[in-house]
Design a protein around this ligand. Structure first.
Ligand SMILES: [Zn+2]
Length: 400
């Protein structure tokens, strides 16, 4: 099967366009993967028409924290150590397709193995396979014996951290991922422990900036969050134990926050199968309580970004929009949740002038839904009828 983008122009008629800034009824003309025109448009014979007057048209969703090589296995360490690179490539490819079919047209992969996810990214870019747009960080940079050491790049000292960053760049990554604290899933590493030191983080971020690259810091505990903010990272991943002061600092300095509530819920799903350690679940319960509290410190100006950590235990690719439902459950309104997966996420990726809104000149990454997501955020999961990626309809249902 040839999967090259459909070059035929597409006219979507009569839909209610909904993005973070506006809501109105219009026709949307797509040419060569780009939104060419929005308004009252007459069809010509060369366009394929989707009649959508009963539907809502939104930007495709953006998930800023996934791990394409991981598959939701509870034995995550054993899984990733024992699978061959070719098995992981096949799994990552399937995960990318599943993600796209569920309405996510862009993902940020925050750590893989042996640069496999970069190969998947390149295959999507060359239209060899279907998938969302992928930006990837390559190997997570961690301390010696630290969190995710089994697939990450262990580093010690500021010079080695700079070297680790350059290694990732040499391999073609899109941004840098550093570990500021321990995590939930690595044995003998506490989630609040410092991993890379303040000096090491600052060196890594500085080295990345030399190459125009953004940095994302994994940080659960407060001390690590402070170190990462001081180092000048672009985003805090998790940020579970952020206090009011640190949320305010992130807000005032436009550091993006990717809280990832879904991943915590999914780890606690293990109470049925009981394959994760008591320690892991203890850390997770503490983190979930903490992140719920931290979300209350958000204001409308806080740059909350949707991330799921998809691939971690029981956290399957394609379920991404559940994160938006949980953000609403924990106090954000539907508009903030919508922004987290559209405009805020696009800005974090540095792609705010191309994706995250429905505008002329933007990439035609579009969803069609039966219900307005601003009325019911579950619409992304329950009422999705079409996904358009770079102008090509993916689901191709017979009727909408
Ligand atoms: Zn992660």
């Amino acid at each position: 099967m040839h999967l090259a983008p459909n070059k035929k122009n597409l006219l979507i008629t009569g839909a209610t366009v909904v993005d973070a800034y506006s809501e109105y009824q219009a026709d949307v003309l797509i040419e060569d993967g780009t939104i060419k025109q929005i308004g009252d448009i007459d069809a010509n014979s060369s366009v394929e028409i989707i009649e959508a007057s009963a539907l809502y048209l939104t930007p495709g969703l953006i998930d800023c924290h996934v791990h394409l090589v991981l598959n939701g296995s509870p034995n995550i360490v054993e899984y990733v150590q024992t699978k061959s690179d070719s098995e992981l490539t096949a799994i990552a490819t399937a995960n990318a397709i599943r993600t796209l079919k569920n309405g996510v047209t862009t993902v940020r992969d925050t750590g893989g193995k042996n640069f496999i996810e970069l190969k998947v990214r390149d295959a999507v870019n060359s239209s060899a396979i279907l998938g969302p747009r992928i930006l990837a960080s390559g190997k997570m940079i961690t301390s010696i014996g630290g969190h995710v050491r089994y697939i990450g790049r262990e580093a010690q000292g500021t010079e080695d951290c700079r070297r680790a960053v350059r290694e990732q760049i040499e391999n073609g990554v899109d941004f840098i991922k550093v570990m500021a604290t321990g995590g939930l899933l690595t044995e003998d590493v506490e989630h609040e422990d410092i991993e890379l030191t303040a000096e090491e983080l600052a060196a890594a971020v500085d080295e990345a900036k030399k190459f125009g690259m953004k940095s994302a810091a994994h940080a659960h505990g407060l001390a690590g969050i402070k170190n990462a903010i001081n180092a000048g990272v672009d985003s805090i991943e998790h940020g579970s134990f952020a206090n009011k002061e640190e949320i305010e600092r992130m807000t005032s300095s436009s550091i993006f926050w990717v809280p990832m509530v879904k991943s915590l819920h999914n780890i606690l799903d293990d109470d049925i199968e009981n394959r994760l350690s008591k320690e892991c679940k203890r850390r997770t319960r503490l983190s979930l309580n903490a992140v719920k509290k931290a979300l209350r410190y958000c204001t409308r100006a806080t740059k909350v970004v949707c991330g799921t950590d998809a691939g971690t235990p029981y956290n399957y690719h394609g379920e991404n929009s559940i994160e938006l439902e949980l953000l609403v459950e924990y106090g954000l309104d539907t508009h903030q949740a919508f922004e987290s997966a559209t405009t805020n996420a696009a800005d974090l990726l540095g792609l705010g002038s191309r994706i995250g809104l429905v505008r002329e000149g933007y990439d035609a990454d579009i969803l069609l839904l039966k219900k307005n997501p601003l009325d019911d955020i579950k619409s992304f999961r329950k009422s999705l009828v079409e996904v358009i990626r770079s102008g090509s309809p993916i689901l191709k249902k017979k009727s909408y």
